[in-house]
Design a protein around this ligand. Structure first.
Ligand SMILES: NC(=O)c1ccc[n+]([C@@H]2O[C@H](COP(=O)([O-])OP(=O)(O)OC[C@H]3O[C@@H](n4cnc5c(N)ncnc54)[C@H](OP(=O)(O)O)[C@@H]3O)[C@@H](O)[C@H]2O)c1
Length: 312
């Protein structure tokens, strides 16, 4: 049995990781802001120790890491306003690392950043050695968060591992549903590469990296096959028998008031390579490509309904 601490335990990834670790018989403490939440109550019922804390409030973290061996920072903010993002990702990592350093039991700390640090790099394959080139606010803040963590690694030999995670999908975050409902906008020309990771493969990678990842290293955590946004959305629409989404110009989306980071995430090209992850973890992926998942979700041999125009 290992002792885990998960910040963001009420979130999409955090709650699923907590459940998986508890099912394996591990000890899990979850940092949450709202202990009364249904998800938190369910995890508490499964045996998770609940710690009410806020990563931006260091006082709420005193003693949080006592006894923890592996710490995951899986927090994220829905408000992408740069100051709020800075408080969570930069200050929040510093605060949690300070609490971990005081505990003296932590041997691995994993932070889940994203492809946003790479910015918009066209056709180029992106390895962890490719210099960050963030071009929208969230990417800039995540780059600063990485720099703050790397400083802790260098100065204090703190055992942090940095993850740049592709877009996570799976049950509860179904790509077909988002394309069908029109909530996955196609911005720009749609030739941009998006890197994905199925939640089941992400959970496996998170667990393996905690034990086999190199302290201080950065890992792109994504599947084998980044895909062009328009090609994926068109494929999904064809299988649904609906017309593909109309692309919007980035400038029009920004003029319409869409958040610059949302526009950036949807339109930037981030063709991440997972070579380091596969080399260090020797881990087969259940879904090496989002198209493998799509073949299960919407098999092509199903009769395709008559084309209908999408609503909205
Ligand atoms: N989902 C993706 O496609 C994706 C892609 C790349 C990287 N990532 C990274 O993967 C991680 C998990 O993502 P996710 O989709 O599971 O995020 P999520 O569902 O939005 O969950 C994030 C959690 O963070 C918690 N949180 C926010 N601010 C906090 C604070 N100040 N103190 C303590 N907890 C706080 C939230 O708590 P409340 O419930 O109180 O709001 C929420 O439970 C994040 O680090 C994210 O940046 C995700």
């Amino acid at each position: 049995m290992n002792r885990y601490l998960i910040a963001g335990a009420a979130g999409y990834v955090g709650s699923r990781l907590a459940e998986a670790l508890l099912a394996q018989g591990h000890s899990v403490r979850g940092v949450v802001r709202h202990p009364e939440d249904e998800v938190v109550q369910r995890l508490a019922g499964l045996g998770m120790a609940v710690w009410q804390g806020d990563l931006t409030q260091p006082d709420s973290l005193v003693g949080v890491a006592t006894g923890a061996e592996v710490v995951y920072n899986l927090t994220s903010c829905s408000v992408l306003e740069p100051d709020a993002a800075h408080r969570l990702f930069v200050d929040g990592n510093r605060n949690l690392i300070a609490a971990c350093s005081r505990a003296r039991t932590v041997r691995a700390y994993l932070f889940t950043g994203s492809a946003a640090v790479y910015g918009d790099q066209g056709e180029r394959w992106l390895s962890e050695d490719t210099p960050p080139a963030p071009c929208f606010p969230l990417g800039q803040v995540l780059t600063q968060a990485e720099q703050a963590i790397v400083a802790m690694v260098r100065t204090y030999r703190f055992p942090a591992i940095l993850l740049r995670v592709g877009t996570v999908y799976g049950p509860g975050r179904d790509l077909v549903d988002t394309v069908q409902s029109g909530t996955a906008p196609l911005l720009g020309d749609g030739r941009n590469f998006l890197s994905y990771m199925h939640i089941s493969d992400l959970l496996a990678a998170l667990q393996r990296l905690a034990h086999a990842g190199q302290p201080g290293a950065i890992y792109n955590v994504c599947d084998d096959e980044p895909v062009r946004a328009a090609e994926l959305y068109t494929e999904i629409c064809q299988r649904l028998g609906i017309l593909p989404p109309q692309p919007f110009a980035k400038a029009s989306a920004l003029a319409a008031g869409l958040d610059a980071s949302v526009v950036g995430i949807a339109s930037a090209s981030a063709r991440m390579s997972n070579q380091r992850l596969k080399h260090d973890l020797a881990m087969p992926l259940h879904y090496p490509s989002v198209y493998d998942w799509l073949d299960e979700r919407l098999p092509v041999d199903e009769p395709v309904p008559v084309l209908v125009r999408r609503r909205g």
